[in-house]
Write a protein that binds this ligand. Structure first.
Ligand code: G3P
Length: 216
């Protein structure tokens, strides 16, 4: 499984990158707004830090606007991936931009058939938002199972980015299902390291180490 971080905060990105397993970054307008910095400044800084895909969202609503904006964003760095919303214009723009060799991540996916359309449009990635489904009492992980099945049935090359992850169990279940990518907030990545028995075991080993004679 590839691990992306879901943030626009450069300190968080650097922290996750320092561990050596970070495969990419996803942002959205809400995450960029939280930095209180300009869009361009934030995106350029992330692209300088990360060699893997850096997902940035297009905000135009119509096809010509999305295509124009997408082409401009793609010029920022060669690892830019455009996040385009799951709308009819979004799907049309995706077909066009993918045809030009620009990678697109269809975002705000909440149903298996939306994911099917994303794959049909030639999207490189589709982002189902599982936490937001859980929030309205739908089991978000069922959506991931359905999309994995559909993409496998037809050998679609579109990669699934499990998004809107709220806790480590989301990552565990996505891994069991075999989803290709999870985009995870830093807080949840940090939780993935943790087990109380690791801490207790380490403390005991270090205490016992002190009891060992250091010279004969
Ligand atoms: O990046 C998109 C997605 O991960 C948003 O998550 O927590 O705002 O539902 P959340």
């Amino acid at each position: 499984m590839k691990i992306f971080i879901d943030t626009a905060n450069i300190q968080e990105i650097r922290q996750a990158n320092s561990w050596g397993f970070l495969d990419g970054v996803t942002t959205n307008p809400s995450l960029i707004a939280a930095t209180k910095r300009t869009f361009r400044e934030v995106v350029e800084e992330i692209c300088a830090e990360i060699t893997g895909p850096v997902n940035v969202e297009v905000v135009a609503k119509d096809v010509p606007g999305m295509v124009r904006e997408g082409r401009e964003l793609a010029k920022i760095a060669n690892n830019i991936v455009l996040k385009i919303p799951m709308t009819p214009p979004g799907i049309q723009a995706t077909r066009q931009l993918s045809g030009e060799g620009i990678k697109v991540n269809i975002t705000l996916v909440f149903s298996p058939l939306q994911a099917l359309l994303a794959a049909k449009a030639g999207a490189s990635y589709a982002s189902p938002f599982i936490g937001r489904l859980d929030d309205i009492s739908h089991t978000g992980m069922d959506l991931i199972s359905d999309i994995v099945t559909i993409y496998n049935n037809y050998a679609f090359p579109t990669e699934i980015i499990v998004a809107s992850i709220r806790h480590p169990l989301h990552v565990l279940d996505a891994a069991r299902i075999g989803a290709g990518i999870c985009t995870i907030p830093l807080k949840v990545i940090e939780q993935m390291f943790k087990h109380p028995l690791t801490d207790i075991g380490l403390e005991k080993f270090l205490k016992d180490w002190e009891k060992i004679p250091k010279s004969s």
